[in-house]
Structures are given as structure tokens and as C-alpha cells.
Design a protein around this ligand. Structure first.
Ligand SMILES: [Zn+2]
Ligand SMILES: [Zn+2]
Length: 177
């Protein structure tokens, strides 16, 4: 892909800014996440396989917002036998048991990020280059609670996303404008 914005973060393959409280690298955390997946597989009547574990581990080692394609490429480096379909299905399973969540940016590509051991956060997305920033806002969480209380709902989650133009895109308008 051609990069029109030298130095722009989003031009590096699949790197979208994200912030984390904790690095997910400890073997204990990996094991715990594996247990969550194994329990879920059992619940839905699927076997736990080495391939699914490899996919989970690869996913947890990332810190980005990954499309299925991007994750499949990373997984292939570890085990070339694991195909796209297996990665696709496993990501769905991870989302079902809360280890992953889908993030929708402006470009229509489904991306996933891991939710294990993470604080709730939101995204701000550049509608031109697709770069994103994560931010924490306790106020949004409070608003969810307040509105829930007001209408007698027990709220469980919300979505909130900001769209705009990032700094580089503002400074570098596309040719012809
Ligand atoms: Zn941008
Ligand atoms: Zn995120």
C-alpha cells in the first residue's frame, strides 16, 4: 500500500494506537485466558485444540485492533498449517466468551481487540486514514449508569465512538484539494 503521510502511525501495517494498563505476557495470565476459552468450548460442545490455543496466544500477544486477515497472517508465522477459516471461527469464539470484542471503525473492516484484563475504553477514529486513538472516560460510564437508572434498566454495556480527522490528515490534505 502506498503511504501518503510520511511518518504517519497508521501506515505501519495494522498498528493502531491503543493503550493498556498491563502487558499481557505473564504465563499465568495466558493460562487463565486459555481456561476461559476451554470452558467456553466445553459449553458449546467443541474440542479444545492446539491450533485454537495458538490463535488465542497470538491474539493476546498483540496490542492492536486486528482484522481477521491480520491475525491470520501472524498465526501463520507460528504455524503455517492454521488457515484463515480456523482463525475466523476462533475469533468468533473468543468474542463469545468475552476475551475479544469487535471494534468497528469507519472502513467496514471488522477488527478485534482483546478484552482480557483491560479497562473499558473508547476509540476516536480518523475517517480519512483509519488511525485510531484509545481513551478512557469514566464520565461515559457514569452516563450509562445514570440513564439506566432513570429508565429502570440494568445496563450492561454501551458503545461510544468519536470520528474526525487526525493531525496528519488535517495538515496533509489529499492532492487536488
Ligand atoms: Zn488520519
Ligand atoms: Zn481499543
Amino acid at each position: 500500500m502506498l503511504c501518503f503521510f510520511p511518518g504517519h502511525f497508521s501506515c505501519a501495517p495494522m498498528l493502531q494506537k491503543r493503550i493498556d494498563d498491563l502487558e499481557l505476557t505473564s504465563p499465568e495470565m495466558m493460562r487463565e485466558a486459555e481456561q476461559i476459552l476451554h470452558r467456553h468450548l466445553k459449553r458449546v460442545g467443541l474440542k479444545h485444540t492446539g491450533q485454537r490455543d495458538t490463535i488465542l496466544r497470538t491474539f493476546l500477544e498483540t496490542r492492536g485492533h486486528l482484522s481477521t486477515d491480520e491475525l491470520a497472517r501472524l498465526v501463520k508465522k507460528k504455524d503455517p498449517r492454521i488457515g484463515f477459516t480456523t482463525v475466523y471461527r476462533t475469533l468468533k469464539l473468543l468474542a463469545e466468551c468475552g476475551l475479544a470484542s469487535e471494534v468497528a471503525f469507519h472502513d467496514g473492516v471488522a477488527r478485534y481487540e482483546h478484552q482480557y484484563n483491560r479497562r473499558s475504553h473508547h476509540h476516536m477514529v480518523c475517517t480519512r486514514c483509519g488511525s485510531s486513538v484509545e481513551f478512557f472516560s469514566p464520565e461515559v460510564g457514569k452516563l450509562e449508569q445514570e440513564i439506566g437508572r432513570k429508565h429502570h434498566y440494568l445496563t450492561t454495556r454501551h458503545t461510544f465512538q468519536i470520528y474526525g480527522l487526525c493531525d496528519s490528515c488535517r495538515k496533509n490534505p489529499p492532492l487536488g484539494q
